[in-house]
Write a protein that binds this ligand. Structure first.
Ligand code: IPE
Ligand code: IPE
Ligand code: MG
Length: 258
């Protein structure tokens, strides 16, 4: 019996739309939540109001993914490059992360979400680091969706750190360099233990990775939508999943015989 069933029953689940094949859902969805600033500007609001609206979108998206049976959701909340934004915006985001995390923890527990934060967390404000440590520990045994929040995350930094750690172990005589293979390397990444994303969704129409999960996205299907992140709703998620289900994944092979 799964842990989720063994503990408190989950609240009513939102049903999977009938257009979707439950057998062919992506197990792991990665998400670049982009376009908050533009969403606010379109409304004559300060950029930070877009971030605030974006939080509601993320809550809704997590709930839908969880209810529809997606096993893992990894979202990009703050990149190693986002520190270059105006200080006020960065400070607003850090405070927002703290508030939201403090406010939502009980709800995450109720929905059996297992939350983790990927990135260089030591550079975050101390209060946020404490909340992150608490939320990670408290939800670690939850049996529901794996929710990974990339905060001060950069794909290149992650790869460099993995390489450095392996080199240190080799230099210390603990590791034979010839033993380094893809599995060993992947185990050094922050996503260790999580399967690679099957689908990457990027909102707001930008066609780039912006240093997100450079190793892990090697064979992900890409869905880019013009919808700005705060407007990303159930219909937009459904469109992304239908797009995914219409793809043929070949992983370098040839089309499967019919
Ligand atoms: C994404 O929205 C949120 C973060 C990077 C934190 P943006 O803030 O990048 O919004 P745009 O791209 O300026 O519209
Ligand atoms: C990517 O969005 C980072 C996050 C969504 C957190 P950006 O808005 O920072 O990316 P660029 O600058 O357009 O590439
Ligand atoms: Mg952006």
């Amino acid at each position: 019996m799964s842990r989720a069933l063994a503990t408190t029953p989950l609240p009513d689940r939102l049903p999977l739309p009938p257009q979707l094949d439950p057998q062919r859902l992506p197990a792991h969805v990665a998400l670049i939540m982009d376009g908050n600033g533009r969403w606010a500007r379109q409304r004559g609001l300060p950029r930070v109001m877009g971030h605030r609206a974006g939080v509601e979108t993320l809550k809704r998206t997590l709930r839908l993914c969880s209810d529809w049976g997606i096993e893992a959701l990894t979202c990009y909340a703050f990149s190693t490059e986002n520190w270059s934004r105006p200080g006020e915006e960065v400070a607003f985001l850090m405070t927002l992360f703290e508030r939201v995390l403090a406010r939502e923890l009980e709800g995450l527990m109720k929905e059996q979400v297992r939350i983790r934060f990927l990135g260089d967390l030591e550079q975050l404000p101390e209060g946020l680091q404490n909340l992150i440590a608490d939320a990670t520990a408290r939800t670690s045994a939850n049996g529901g969706i794996h929710f990974n929040v990339c905060t001060n995350y950069g794909g290149r930094r992650e790869l460099v750190q993995a390489a450095r750690h392996l080199a240190e172990r080799a230099a210390a005589g603990q590791l034979d360099p010839a033993a380094i293979d893809e599995a060993l390397f992947a185990a050094e990444l922050q996503t260790a233990g999580e399967g690679d994303p099957d689908l990457l969704i990027r909102t707001s129409g930008e066609r780039r990775l912006s240093n997100f999960l450079l190793w892990q996205l090697a064979y992900a299907e890409l869905h880019i939508t013009d919808v700005l992140w705060p407007d990303f709703d159930e219909a937009a998620l459904l469109a992304a999943l239908l797009d995914y289900q219409g793809r043929q994944r070949r992983f370098g092979g040839v089309e499967a015989a019919r």
